[in-house]
Design a protein around this ligand. Structure first.
Ligand code: FE2
Length: 491
């Protein structure tokens, strides 16, 4: 009898343990990850949610905040993407200027609690901008995340952040999992405005659009990135996709022109990945030079104030430019440095050829030190010890835009034992408010058919430009490139 009881108890115990481990396994596979809340349309009332699970589950967002109305949630169908399951939902009916908390997941397995704020619509707000984490290892994703965290801690009132692209190096499942490990807690503490980098879109089709839930209603295409726009406070911000036709297609430029001219906001800001003005290693290729002219003339005509970009892993700010020359009320271009660990040197052989020295207001090299200005002969104020990840803050108060850029030192500590943060650039832009005008009231959207029709002219335009304008300039710097190569530069 005793023996039978003990056998039964053992079987029950084993069954119990099996059930527990099966349930733990199921829970682990249903746990949401790669969680983000993106800008998606109206920033006062709407947010785009995206998250993943390892197995197919239902989608459920539980959200709290606001005072009166209950937000509406529209779920997309769950779909498999590269072996995992992608969940997307659009939350509308949020109240302006409110703090919301939420969890995502299935009915049974919930995420940690996240939070974000909605735009209250007044003319005072701030945001953080970073670029080019472009990591492959868990360690380097963590370093990039620490840079962004330092920015969000220094500016706790920042209401969202822009990532100017190249989130990962190869856009693989493994890398996006590392990204999730390091960035999910950040993405669950604010709203992101994501920008597609070449590492997020070229040759890795659909990854970018499947990682975030952006408003693609006006996108010229979504295969290798996405263009969209939004208002925040008294600013209109457009995100463009520089993977489109290896640069920007004529269709996208047409959209940008219509988009900017459809807004009467005081400030006009453009965020993108590839930078038209740079002295990093990628500044020598035709797409950068093409951007200088094809895009710049559109920005000039739309009274854009500030352009934020990435791609070349250094910090460069131009003077305000119109038609490629310094001019009052021109467009200020900022290459936002790299938040990550891959950092480019300055390529002095390109100075004056692909970036006129007179156009540079500030430049910081994160690899070998930094130079605050070009004195006509060399970069001044080099401080080789000041090496680390870069973050930027943009703060708008009515007619004043204040920009600050910082480096979070890799190794140096401050007086409190925290990592040293150095302000590497600071500038303000001012303007008279209330003067913005809508000069375009038609349809901004670009149909697939129209986009397809523009494919050939866009490539022909880039090709003609390349041979007629870029190639002679490139050949001119080849001897200097060879000398740089002999001296140990990399390309
Ligand atoms: Fe890039």
């Amino acid at each position: 009898m005793k023996k039978s009881v003990s056998v039964i108890m053992t079987i029950v115990l084993i069954l119990g343990m099996l059930l527990c481990s099966v349930s733990a396994f199921a829970e682990e596979n249903d746990t949401p990850f790669r969680i983000s809340v993106s800008v998606n349309g109206n920033t006062s009332t709407t947010r785009g949610f995206c998250w993943y699970t390892r197995t197919e589950t239902d989608s459920l967002i539980e959200i709290e905040g606001g005072n009166a109305s209950q937000p509406e949630i529209k779920y997309d169908d769950v779909f498999e993407w590269e072996g995992n399951y992608c969940h997307k939902a659009l939350v509308t009916g949020l109240e302006p200027g409110n703090v919301y908390t939420y969890t995502v997941g299935s009915k049974d397995v919930r995420s940690e609690e996240g939070t974000f704020v909605t735009d209250n619509g007044d003319d005072s707000f701030s945001f953080i901008a970073v670029a080019d984490v472009q990591a492959s290892s868990a360690e380097n994703f963590e370093k990039g995340a620490n840079t962004l965290k330092a920015g969000l801690e220094m500016f706790p009132d920042a209401e969202f952040y822009v990532n100017c692209g190249d989130f990962t190096n190869d856009s693989t499942n493994e890398e996006w999992d590392y990204y999730a490990d390091s960035f999910d807690s950040i993405n669950m503490s604010t709203t992101i405005a994501p920008v597609a980098g070449n590492h997020d879109g070229l040759g890795v089709w659909n990854w970018f659009n499947n990682l975030f839930n952006m408003d693609t209603s006006e996108a010229v295409q979504t295969l290798n990135g996405v263009n969209y726009s939004f208002d925040y406070g008294n600013a209109h911000i457009a995100v463009i996709n520089t993977n489109d036709m290896l640069s920007t297609s004529l269709s996208q430029l047409d959209w940008l022109k219509k988009d900017m001219n459809s807004s009467d906001k005081d400030w006009k800001i453009v965020c993108m990945h590839k930078s038209p003005y740079t002295l990093g290693k990628d500044g020598k290729w035709p797409d950068a030079l093409y951007l200088q002219e094809s895009l710049a003339s559109v920005l000039d005509s739309c009274d854009v104030d500030l352009v934020l970009s990435g791609h070349d892993h250094q910090y460069v700010r131009t003077k305000p430019l119109t038609n490629g020359k310094p001019a009052e009320d021109g467009v200020t271009y900022v290459l936002a440095g790299t938040a990550g660990s891959k950092r480019y040197e300055v390529r002095e052989f390109m100075a004056d050829q692909f970036l006129d020295n007179d156009n540079i207001a500030a430049l910081t090299i994160q690899k070998d030190g930094y130079g605050n200005y070009w004195n006509g002969e060399n970069w001044e104020n080099t401080k080789e010890e000041n090496i680390g990840g870069c973050f930027n803050s943009v703060s708008i108060e009515g007619g004043t835009l204040t920009f600050n850029s910082y480096i979070l030192s890799d190794e140096l500590t401050d007086d409190n034992g925290g990592r040293l943060i150095t302000n590497i650039d600071s500038f303000t832009l001012t303007k008279e408010t209330g003067k913005g005008k809508v000069t375009y009231t038609g349809d901004k959207t670009t149909s697939e058919a129209l986009y397809a029709l523009g494919v050939v002219p866009s490539f022909v335009s880039l090709a003609i430009y390349t041979f007629a304008r870029w190639l002679p300039q490139f050949l001119w710097i080849v001897p200097k490139m060879i000398v740089a190569l002999i001296n140990g530069a990399s390309f």
